[in-house]
Design a protein around this ligand. Sequence first.
Ligand code: ATP
Ligand code: MG
Length: 226
Amino acid sequence: MKEEMILSVNDLKAAYGQSTILWGVNIEVRKARVTTVMGRNGVGKSTLLKAIMGLVKAQSGSVRLDGQEIQSLVSYKIARAGVGYVPQGREIIPKLTVYENLRLGLEATPDYKEKISEEEIYDLFPILKEFRKRLGGNLSGGQQQQLAIARTLISGPKLLLLDEPTEGIQPSIAYEIGDIIRRLVVEKELSVLLVEQKIDFARHVTDHFYLMDRGKMVQDGSADRF
Ligand code: ATP
Ligand code: MG
């Protein structure tokens, strides 16, 4: 039986000005699974996630979410459609507390409703409960990364796009983040499109791999092939 896909990207092309970055990307993201894109620096992994979010305009090709074309929607509407995006680098607001940063995530949903309760978030990320009143800028890199993910989760996305969530993070914390991702996949049927460079961490969390090179997917398969 063919697995169900939450996201299908077909022959997607995109450029920054004159320089083409995505040369015709094809990728399928399975429901309630972790799909991981690996590839060297500068091959276009982050650009792919931005194009899916509508932050970089595609020149041609299609992006389908649950069978529906989303390429022409603006990012705000995509957020409404249930896609959460955690960009590369941590974009939390240092002058706000952990609690305030977390609540910011609700603005991604038009009705400002928690889809995953704050208690559930604290259950997933105990460190955030402990540091609830601390300023975001006083957290370590790994803690900030957890906050960035938690903030995206609170609005209850069905698809989560994660751009190198373990960049600059020590392996033990990376594995903790990996376990949280796996738990959400199993318990909430979350679908995840992960961009990751660390092969050990990626094997720990991934169901299906893609290898990207110079703006295209050049190989895909299960963990044992990567
Ligand atoms: P990394 O592993 O280092 O994060 P990546 O695969 O995510 O790399 P991208 O960030 O998608 O790579 O960048 C792909 C190419 O696009 C690079 O050559 C980069 O210099 C270029 N690029 C990225 N952002 C812009 C931009 N805003 N304007 C122009 N060129 C850009
Ligand atoms: Mg990148």
